[in-house]
Design a protein around this ligand. Sequence first.
Ligand SMILES: [Zn+2]
Length: 157
Amino acid sequence: MESLPIVMSSTQSPKPSAIRSLEDAVSRCQGLGMRLSRQRRYILELLWTDREHLSARSIYDRLNQQGKEIGHTSVYQNLEALSDQGIIECIDRADGRLYGNISEAHSHVNCLDTQQILDVHVEIPIEILQKIEAETGIKITEYRIDFYGHREVPVDL
Ligand SMILES: [Zn+2]
């Protein structure tokens, strides 16, 4: 079997370019023809400022604490619409959904002490990916790893 050259960079990917900032997220909405209501913008701004994984409930609470008028329903509907379009991240957990600002594939470090989820970008060595592909017959196009652990330095509360 003739081996194809391995493409190390993904610059020729046909997927739309990654969303790396609030401006990118806004222009993706516009590109998709999504209406950018004030409420929708509030949510995007909050996610890009706080850079955490938040429940709809805490997004609602934070926005209202900031004096931004937005109703529960609007928060839920906007989060659904934004995650359906791949503009924000949505994690399904047993205790509910969490939303984050990074929509492209990335990995998580889960802190077992605080239940915090930290975003990290991990690159698996190509040899390991090739080994997994050989074992499964599946060409890997993206991956997300979940790491779990305890803080090395206890959190001061
Ligand atoms: Zn994340």
